[in-house]
Ligand binder design. Structure first.
Ligand SMILES: C[S@@+](CC[C@H](N)C(=O)[O-])C[C@H]1O[C@@H](n2cnc3c(N)ncnc32)[C@H](O)[C@@H]1O
Length: 456
């Protein structure tokens, strides 16, 4: 994050604008709407600027560092780069936030595009990359906001003190408002019928915890389901492990409590038993607990074991499927797992059986017309290839090994059963990796860059 978005209270505060033409006028209009008292400094002012109002002060002349006295924000809005640079330097030396029109490098603050449905304010920024993009994102968002959103915000603002008095516990208060938001009350407030809406606001919801077992997909946050995103915003506590990417976590509720329950090199990993117990304990305390798991929770994800524990303890739960690594990686690598010319079935296999004595049914794997997908198989790749050849699969059968699939770091090595192990060692692929074996790997396919859809 290059900038921290903050909403600046300027009512009655002094802002300096250096400049007296159109650039100055544009910024001044916004600052006037926020209630700022502006000191304009320029050799001359356009009529538009002068018409902005009597509460502002106009000093004819060149910028002087004395103009910074008592000022909480500076805007350099002249068409002279040298003047703008010296205003920026003087403001920075004094520690006063400064914006220079059209020169992001000189700014310590920048103006976002805003959607103003006061008291609701939404700001959109691109860290100075493209104001045009910020404006077009704003236009897209405008369409999603219901007309009555300002009235709803006003209603919640007005009723907040009474609600605070009635429910002193913050968590409980949040649940009361959330319950209100899914009741007809919020629509009444949007229509302006505040007294009817209020009847829905004071009902205390029953405090029961719940666990959401949610699939986070293979890495790309855009592959999260809508339901996953909704629950990620609702959860009080989030339990996650190594397979859940930072980009995915970035979409979860910011003020939730985060608990890492995975393996970290040099540290003991959290046992499955203690994760199960933690889920039950947190839910019993009345919390909404999100158990975020890579891919799909029920595909090699031990989601079943966690569920058994919840059922036994009588904890309510929801399970949200996720895109499993096989689907995500294959799609982003352009490998159609069941291209009908090559495969009529696909098999998901663990390359790391729970009990190493367990024998995989290798003979079944070598029958033609199927695609094999091995999860957790990197360490055993050479053995997997050896076993398939030993049971009759041609050593020329194609194999793809995909590392960090669907993320910007996705890498893929393609070889055959007798060459791929060596190629993977040479390429130093990092985990997690997925192994796909079968003719679909070498099908004349539509390879494409990670994150892009295959061409039509
Ligand atoms: C414990 S399993 C969890 C699988 C997960 N529940 C799913 O449905 O994808 C972990 C294995 O999934 C595979 N995997 C998960 N995410 C992956 C990714 N982004 N790229 C490649 N393989 C991945 C790897 O084989 C890894 O060893």
């Amino acid at each position: 994050m290059d900038y921290l978005p903050l909403h600046f209270k300027l009512e009655g505060d002094r802002v300096l604008i250096v400049g007296g033409g159109d650039l100055a006028f544009n910024k001044a209009t916004l600052l006037t709407r926020a209630g700022a008292d502006i000191l304009f400094v320029a050799p001359q002012f356009s009529n538009k600027v002068l018409a902005l109002g009597d509460q502002h002060e106009f000093r004819v002349g060149n910028f002087d560092s004395a103009d910074l006295q008592g000022v909480c924000l500076v805007v350099a809005a002249t068409s002279d780069n040298q003047v703008n640079s010296s205003v920026a330097a003087a403001a920075r030396a004094k520690g006063t936030p400064v914006n220079v029109v059209d020169a992001p490098d000189l700014c310590s603050v920048i103006f976002p595009a805003i959607i103003d449905r006061s008291p609701v304010l939404i700001s959109v920024g691109t860290s100075g990359a493209s104001p045009v993009l910020a404006r077009s994102i704003r236009e897209m968002m405008e369409g999603y906001l219901p007309e009555g959103i300002a009235r709803l915000a006003q209603f919640l603002k007005e009723t907040r003190p009474a609600l605070k008095k009635r429910f002193s516990d913050v968590q409980l208060r949040r649940r009361v408002v959330e319950k209100f938001m899914s009741s007809p009350g919020h629509e009444l407030a949007q229509r302006g019928d505040f007294s009817a809406a209020e009847a829905y606001l004071h009902e205390a919801p029953a405090v029961t915890g719940e666990v959401y077992l949610v699939g986070a997909g293979p890495g790309d946050p855009d592959l999260l389901t809508l339901k996953a995103l909704q629950l990620m915003q609702k959860a009080d506590v989030i339990l996650y492990d190594n397979l859940v990417s930072q980009a995915v976590l970035g979409r979860a509720r910011r003020d939730a409590q985060y608990e890492f329950v995975g393996k970290r090199s040099g540290y003991l990993s959290t046992s499955q038993e203690s994760i199960n117990a933690l889920l039950v304990r947190l839910a019993m305390e009345g919390k909404r607990v999100l158990r975020l798991k890579g891919g799909d929770p029920f595909i090699f994800g031990r989601g079943g074991e966690e569920l058994e524990e919840l059922v036994e303890a009588g904890v309510p739960f929801q399970v949200v499927p996720g895109i499993t690594a096989a689907s995500g990686c294959a799609a982003y690598a352009g490998i159609p797992l069941t291209h009908r010319d090559y495969a009529q079935s696909v098999r998901f296999i663990t390359g790391h059986p729970r009990n190493s004595q367990v024998q995989l049914p290798w003979q079944e794997f070598v029958s033609p017309g199927q695609t094999l997908v091995f999860y957790m198989g990197l360490a055993g790749l050479a053995d997997i290839c050896k076993n398939l050849i030993a049971h009759g699969m041609s050593q020329d059968t194609s194999v793809a090994v995909i590392s960090k699939g669907t993320t910007a770091e996705q890498k893929m090595v393609i070889g055959s059963l007798d060459t791929v192990s060596k190629l993977v060692i040479e390429a130093q692929l990092a985990s997690p990796t997925l192994i796909i074996v079968g003719d679909v790997v070498s099908a004349p396919s539509q390879r494409h860059e990670p994150g892009l859809s295959p061409p039509e």
